[in-house]
Design a protein around this ligand. Sequence first.
Ligand code: SF4
Length: 741
Amino acid sequence: MAHLRLPISDYIREYGPHVSDSPVTGWGPKPEPDRLVETHCCFCGMQCGVKLQVKSGRVIGIEPWEEFPFNEGRLCPKGVKRYMQTHHPDRLTDPLIREGAGFRKAGWDEALDLVASKARAIQAKRGKDAFAMLSGVSLSNEKSYLVGKFARLALGTANLDYNGRFCMVSAGAGNKKAFGIDRVANPWDDIPEAGVVLLAGTNVSECFPTLTHYIWKARDRGAKLIVVDPRETPIARTADHHVALRPGTDSALNQALLHELVANGWFDREFVEQRCTGWAELRASVERCTPEWAGEICGVPAALIREVAAAWGQAKTSFLLHARGVEQHTKGVENVLGLINLVLATGRIGRRGCGYGTITGQGNGQGGREHGHKCDQLPGNRDIENPEHRKHICDVWRISDAELPRKGKTTVEIVEAIHAGGIHGLLNICFNPMVSHPDTGFTREALERLEFFCVIDFFMSETARYADVVLPGSLHEEEEGTSTTAEARVVRIRAAVEPPGNARRDTWILLELARRLGKEEHFRFSSSEDIFNELRRASAGGTADYAGITYERVEREMGVFWPCPSEGHPGTPRLFEDGRSYHPDGKFKLLPTPYRPSAEVPDAEFPLYMTSGRSVFHYLSGTQTRRIKFLVEKSPGPICEMHPALATRLGLVDRQLVTVETRRGAITVPLRIVETIRPDTVFLPYHWPEELAANQLTVRALDPVSKMPEFKVAACRVRAATRGEADRARSLFAELKLEAS
Ligand code: SF4
């Protein structure tokens, strides 16, 4: 049973997070590097190009990679400092096995044999699916592919899923429904050509900072900017129209905008009638969705909705981008489809300056979901329940259909099944559910119920503390590979250094485990390129077709856009140029998305909206960024953002410790009074663990199609912290060296 038997402070003392800013070469003059390694930052889907300075087998700094076409040397604060984790003192350097109250160091043979024997024992007693696997989607394409094959062939479990379930799945499901393909439709350099840019639920400046450059370029050429977000984010402050709607009401806004497009004739009749299906039904579905109707639901003036509809409807060219703000809902897929309807209604897609896309948040969120770890998907973005898709993969993997598991549970469902006693063993690679899962108290209870739990990671994450075995893995710069950026460009990740101490490459760990599970015959890979070449064959003929992409091409061309079905094919930066979707009939699907309320809305007991999100200084669960001093100094801990009008009504003052409560838990954090949020809504960033985890408060309700949790809406109340809560928070903050007034 994986209960924590030591105070958390003991784990922190031993394994961190400790903040570090010590240059690896000391505080004296920086030496000249031996060599520069061109690779990519993995802290968001932009995957900015960067050069690592390497000296004597160590990464000592970075230089801009100005020739890389997307970011041309530009980086955000995370990218500038990311190299500081390579030789961080918290890096795990030996396998660890739980013993007594803590862990002891072990050799690789002992640790790997233990994992294999425990997996076998649980599966022999309780069935293959009683052992599950979770994975992180910052892994390279090669590792993602390997994870998918490992879970299905070496473990033989259907229950494999990934933390992309919290990132892009609603967008992916919506894109597949409307377009028959799951990727951004245009390269980013189409954005500056757009006459209007609509950003829905995307805090671009903080979450994808280098993409902002493309929006500024559009602005320089005269583009109008529309931002839809309950918060006045940095990009919203510059917008022509900011729709600060109530959290969870996007689909009502989308319907009203479409209503206005129809009412004013701002739609492309030929496109919707010739190139699409469903126009008549869609049009009928918004007949009564007036701006006044939506304005009531969204809490914004009807006149503003009319202005936005006119700006979008009358434009000649446009680009619509969205992200987690519209996707992390119980109706995330509907929100995405509602936005796609606005794009398709105007026929502005498949041309230069006429674009659409989701902004993938995680490092390799795009490639990861195409080739590996999704419970319902096989490489090439194939459907695991489709007989033809299964046959293709079975042929590549040289197995029978009976040997290939079917669709398994999603990550929240896996945790629920562990909680309920249906899953007993878990292998987790680079995923930190103790921070990123909704309702962390429930997640903790589930982890405590596991019979056996193994984590592969390079730091001791808050989740790894619950493990029976921790295997020290590798960073991006310690293994060759590829990654796929948010614009679907496959780029090269280059090894610059070796993993520290006895840590091993993730690929080596998975191959060794496969061997010990008796499945070596399926895992005879001699290099990352070897794995990539099998991935190419597995993806061939799928929508995410990498068959024509080679390491040599990726390096020479500085990235290749998929689909790329043959080595002579140029790749596909822009989709739909022939006016056809990827559905068999070539038509785009217009689908009605009637408004429905969120799973939990404010009431008399919990009268406010709580929404969660990110800080520019942290990446996902913060396992990596909470260890880099510069980033921690800029964003030391969670805060609660609140409008001054609400603060006055509640009698609260700036920097005071407040307690935010929902039906699932409470958190005590400093208050930050800002005018950039609705007066009925509070905001908390989610990068911190345990008692500082915003996800203690979030709701475990899922989108019925994508199974994305509703991180963006919960009903809450806020009050001054009691003396006991404030004392506890201050001591916790002091322990973590955070500020608290
Ligand atoms: S975090 Fe994203 S935007 Fe920032 S440098 Fe890394 S890849 Fe680029």
